[in-house]
Design a protein around this ligand. Structure first.
Ligand code: GDP
Ligand code: MG
Length: 598
């Protein structure tokens, strides 16, 4: 296909504004997916995505479209995730496109993620086409929302398309506008090959499958390719398009999007962001890669069964190929044994990785509470970055501790401003700005310690605003604070996986709530189990779990076999998620207790 008849675009939107539904309609109307194969959110093909109704991984699909000018066009759609944790995925898809559909829910309006995504799209010089979705809803106010987009983003909305992805309204107009407004890719088919890897995953038969956009030149089966960052060479076994499932073709040209396999066995050899070129033209300049995604939240992951350690390593290896933002390295804990310290973009990212490891790789894991990365200046003047609270140098080895701060922008209906300010203040927030947008909608800007945001700030914001507020945050740097290490002891032994770094003013209350929560969560044993919270050698809270008096089964005297069985099953199920810390069985929930303090 000549470049002039290709359009590469993505859809950007705040979560739930209708990206995936719109993608479905586009696939349907262009006949890319046959009616009988169509299921909702076709591109969200991970089980987890379908269950949670969110898009995690970007997905690509190629459509053929006959426009009103009588010409056949190839439209490559790249779907992007909308959640705050996944903006890294968004910027990857943008680099492979020339245009973007900006979908805004006409019954809601501009949200924090709408803004964040539009700024990313503008950075990549994309042509932006505004689409006001959900106009079928009685509460839809397309002209108010169009005004909001013009006012806040400064984007001309006179040509904004009124659509309902659900009812199929405006879909033809969207397709025509893509053809008209999105610039075709540059026709550089005669230049030397350069293709950008924007995604990849591991297939146990074919090895690494690479998704790429050809920027210059052409690529065909049997070509010998050179991956510029990894310095590795391969021969292409298979090349094809995503239509939307994989379909082999002979050749792909500048501007086209496709996949390839080349018996790439080592997961590190085909990194996202790398440039593919031909072995015969190694000296060419690489395409600008992606910025490294820096994990912001770390936690320990330990197999419940120590024999699964190697399986866990392999699974993390494979997942990290598909997920460039996931970091991990081996960790040994005195309480938990061998495991990994893993880094994530945020809490949702962490949860998703945990679930994928357990479902797709059949692992049973214990996860420890999330921590941010602290900067410690030692007495010798060294700078240490500490992502594991149990590794914090002792007070007589350090000058001070700094913690990461983020700028948080919330967009909320005016009536929730008070409660969101209270929330931010409770979390050590520093008020920066408040602006009225349009008709009762307000932006609130705070600077907050990241540690206070990554716990349950997002959930709190949602529940305090009945789901109406949205947020977006980015790192602004490190600041010094009086931080201390809070240790938890169970049965007299400090449990390294429960250690926390907290603000001095909050340590006392936190220690007390932790001890109370652990008392609730840890089951009774044959012996009394003391629980203590301490700072240095000073115990600040103390509880104990009384010993079990009788055998639990003693209650089910004699005959009632089925009841006895049920009880045993219940115990067995409870056991599955336990880790022995010394002689005490500690359930998974206990390690996350800090997230569930009221
Ligand atoms: P995404 O998070 O942006 O991918 O949003 P989804 O496509 O998953 O849609 C979120 C919810 O909005 C789903 O329940 C959809 O059925 C619904 N939805 C999407 N488009 C429309 C629309 O045009 N009208 C109405 N009434 N609902 C829609
Ligand atoms: Mg979606």
């Amino acid at each position: 296909v000549p470049a002039a008849r290709i359009r590469n675009f993505c859809i950007i939107a705040h979560i739930d504004h209708g990206k995936s539904t719109l993608a479905d309609r586009l696939l349907q109307v262009t006949g890319t997916v046959e009616q009988r194969q169509m299921k909702e959110q076709f591109l969200d093909n991970m089980d987890l995505e379908r269950e949670r109704g969110i898009t995690i991984k970007l997905q690509a699909a190629r459509m053929n479209y006959k426009a009103k000018d009588g010409q056949e066009y190839v439209l490559n759609l790249i779907d992007t995730p909308g959640h705050v944790d996944f903006s890294y995925e968004v910027s990857r898809s943008l680099a492979a496109c020339e245009g973007a559909l900006l979908v805004v829910d006409a019954s809601q309006g501009v949200e924090a993620q709408t803004l964040a995504n539009v700024y990313l799209a503008l950075e990549h010089d994309l042509e932006i086409i505004p689409v006001l979705n959900k106009i079928d809803l009685p509460g839809a106010e397309p002209s108010r929302v169009a005004g909001e987009i013009e006012e806040i983003i400064g984007l001309d909305c006179s040509g904004a398309i009124l659509a309902s992805a659900k009812e199929g309204i405006g879909i033809d107009e969207i397709l025509e506008t893509i053809v008209e407004k999105v610039p075709p890719p540059k026709d550089t088919v005669n230049d030397k090959l350069r293709a950008l890897i924007f995604d990849s995953y591991y297939d146990s038969y074919r090895g690494v499958i690479v998704y790429f956009r050809v920027m210059d030149g052409k690529l065909k089966k049997k070509d010998k390719i050179y991956l510029m960052a990894s310095g590795k060479e391969f021969e292409i076994d298979e090349i094809g398009i995503l239509a939307p499932t994989q379909k082999q073709v002979d050749e792909l040209h500048a501007g086209e999007v496709g996949y390839l396999s080349a018996s790439i066995r080592a997961v590190g050899d085909a990194r996202v962001g790398d440039t593919i070129t031909l072995s015969s033209a190694k000296s060419i300049e690489a395409l600008p890669g992606y910025a490294e995604a820096n994990p912001m939240v770390f936690c320990g992951m330990f197999p419940i069964d120590a024999d699964q350690f190697e399986d866990l390593r392999e699974a993390l290896d494979k997942l990290s190929l598909n997920d460039a933002a996931l970091h991990f390295e081996p960790e040994t804990s005195s309480a938990m044994g061998f495991g990994f310290r893993c880094g994530f973009l945020g809490l949702l990212h962490m949860e998703i990785v945990q679930e994928r490891l357990e479902r797709e790789y059949n692992l049973d894991l214990i996860i420890t509470a999330p921590s941010v990365v602290y900067k410690v200046i030692t007495l010798k003047g060294e700078e240490l970055y500490i992502d594991n609270p149990s590794r914090l140098p002792s007070p007589n080895e350090r000058q001070h501790i700094e913690e990461p701060y983020v700028k948080v922008e919330m967009i909320t209906p005016e009536i929730y401003v008070g409660t969101l300010m209270e929330l931010s203040q409770n979390r050590r927030g520093i008020f920066k700005d408040m602006k009225y947008l349009t008709q009762g909608r307000t932006t609130l800007t705070y600077e907050l310690p990241l540690a206070e945001v990554v716990t349950d700030f997002f959930d709190q914001m949602k529940s305090r605003s009945r789901g109406y507020a949205s947020m977006e945050y980015h790192l602004i740097g490190y600041r010094e604070n009086p931080l201390v290490k809070l240790d938890i002891m169970i049965n007299g032994d400090p449990v390294d996986s429960l250690a926390m770094i907290v603000h001095r003013d909050k340590a006392y209350n936190l220690g007390r709530s932790m001890a109370e929560k652990l008392k609730e969560l840890i089951p009774r044993h044959q012996f009394k189990v003391p629980i203590q919270a301490s700072i240095g050698s000073k115990v600040i809270a103390s509880e104990h779990i009384p010993a079990l008096r009788k055998d639990v089964l003693a209650k089910c005297y004699g005959g009632d076999i089925s009841r006895k069985k049920k009880l045993l099953q219940k115990q067995a199920k409870g056991k599955k998620r336990m880790k022995s810390v010394g002689t005490v069985d500690v359930p998974q929930e206990a390690f996350m207790a800090v997230l569930r303090l009221d």
